[in-house]
Design a protein around this ligand. Structure first.
Ligand code: NAD
Ligand code: IPM
Ligand code: MN
Length: 367
């Protein structure tokens, strides 16, 4: 179970839960359409009342209107929606990624979605590039801090475009920010019967900011004596994830390292096309997006793998209080993988929509 705040499956909601779907750019709309079909099929099968609202935010909208995330839209997402289901953003026509920074990073910051939970789980033995590894060896989650670090966008260019140019991006860490993500990682470990939490930083270089991570990690770890705590520098962690992935249950790390390590983790279990993620503030409206980006070269061809977004839908169903539906979606993906019902990146014969429909069909057939 991946929800941090599971609700009771049996208590009927007074109104349908509203999911804002932001398909975004590139392959975003294609994987969002396929995944929405699966989420709705699971909702119907398990009696969850969901309402999807499709929002056109993305590069096209920005280029047409100059708008990225207006205050009104932000208030609507915060106040009227139960979850945000996000495809991907990134478009060559917006080289500075202004719209993606405003919308995706804007939502992470403004909704204070401090947990970026990224599972790394092998769903079929043939999918790992690691020799001699099986399902039991690859099953951990990355808790990526999601509101601080170099992502805050503080900095600037001095004497820009001259030979004397100076460029600065500040790395920001707060006691509150570090403590809450580390605590979330331990809480999740305890709630899910996991034994080990590994914190990763580069405190050997970043003595001030990652020194804070070290001190806070020791303090919080002491509150969870039943959980084994361990520290690895991020460079060594990258190596250990490949050498001995079975040694990890929960990895907690900074925003930037979590970004990089989660792509590495994805590749260990089948690639970016399969990787899911949840941006959470437990108990509040949260944002669910696959780990991958807009993959412009694949866009519009019905070839992108929708499973990452579909598994992201499973995380969303869990968080919305429908764990049976979430589990059914994950099972259906596992069954499709076993049956070879998958897209070309996984060696399968199906297009994006057909792969989504194959999962939906299995979800509908769940007994
Ligand atoms: P990417 O994730 O889009 O693609 C990386 C590689 O993975 C490519 O080879 C791509 O073809 C492949 N890939 C990704 N998703 C796939 C899928 N569903 N099925 C099959 N193959 C898939 O990363 P990139 O190329 O570095 O970035 C493209 C754009 O997306 C950039 O503008 C980037 O900033 C943006 N981006 C957005 C997000 C997001 O919206 N959350 C995440 C990462 C990158
Ligand atoms: C991700 C992406 C984003 C990030 C980009 C698009 C801002 O790579 O969600 O992993 O760096 O967080
Ligand atoms: Mn990334």
């Amino acid at each position: 179970m991946l929800s941090l705040s599971p609700q009771d499956d049996s208590s009927p909601a007074p109104r349908p839960q509203r999911i804002a779907v932001i398909p975004g750019d590139g392959i975003g709309p294609e994987v969002a359409r396929a995944a929405a079909g699966v989420v709705l099929a699971a909702a119907e099968r398990f009696g969850a009342r969901l309402e999807l609202e499709w929002l056109p935010l993305g590069a096209d909208h920005y280029l047409k209107t100059g708008e990225t995330l207006t205050d009104e839209m932000f208030a609507h997402l915060r106040d009227d929606c139960d979850a945000i289901f996000f495809g991907a953003m990134g478009d060559a026509r917006v080289p500075d990624m202004r719209h993606a920074r405003d919308v995706l990073l804007g939502l992470r910051f403004r909704l204070d979605l401090y947990v970026n939970l990224r599972p790394v789980k092998l769903l079929h033995p043939a999918l790992t590039p690691l020799k001699g590894r099986g399902a039991g060896d690859l099953d951990f989650v990355i808790f990526r801090e999601n509101t601080e670090d170099v992502y805050v966008g503080m900095g600037g260019n001095f004497k820009r475009d001259t030979l004397d140019e100076v460029a600065i991006n500040e790395m920001l860490h707060t006691r509150k920010g570090v403590e809450r993500i580390i605590r979330a990682a331990f809480e999740w470990a305890v709630a899910n019967g996991k034994r080990r939490v590994c914190m990763s930083d580069k405190a050997n270089v970043l003595q001030f900011s990652h020194g804070l991570w070290q001190r806070v990690f020791k303090l919080v770890a002491a509150e969870y004596p039943q959980v084994e705590s361990r520290h690895l520098y991020a460079d060594v962690l990258a190596m250990e994830m490949v050498r001995a992935p079975q040694d990890f249950d929960v990895i907690v790390t900074t925003n930037m390292f979590g970004d990089i390590l989660s792509d590495l983790g994805a590749e260990l279990v089948g690639g970016l096309g399969l990787a899911a993620s949840a941006n959470l503030y437990p108990g509040r409206v949260s944002l669910f997006e696959p780990v991958h980006g807009s993959a412009p070269a694949l866009a519009g061809k019905d070839v992108a793998n929708p499973f990452g977004m579909i598994l992201t839908g499973a995380l969303m169903l869990n968080a919305l209080g429908h764990p049976a539906a979430g589990a059914a979606v994950e099972r259906a993906v596992v069954e499709c993988l076993a049956a070879g019902e998958a897209t070309a990146d996984l060696g399968g014969p199906l297009g994006t929509q057909a792969a989504g429909e194959a999962v939906a069909r299995r979800v509908r057939a769940e007994r």
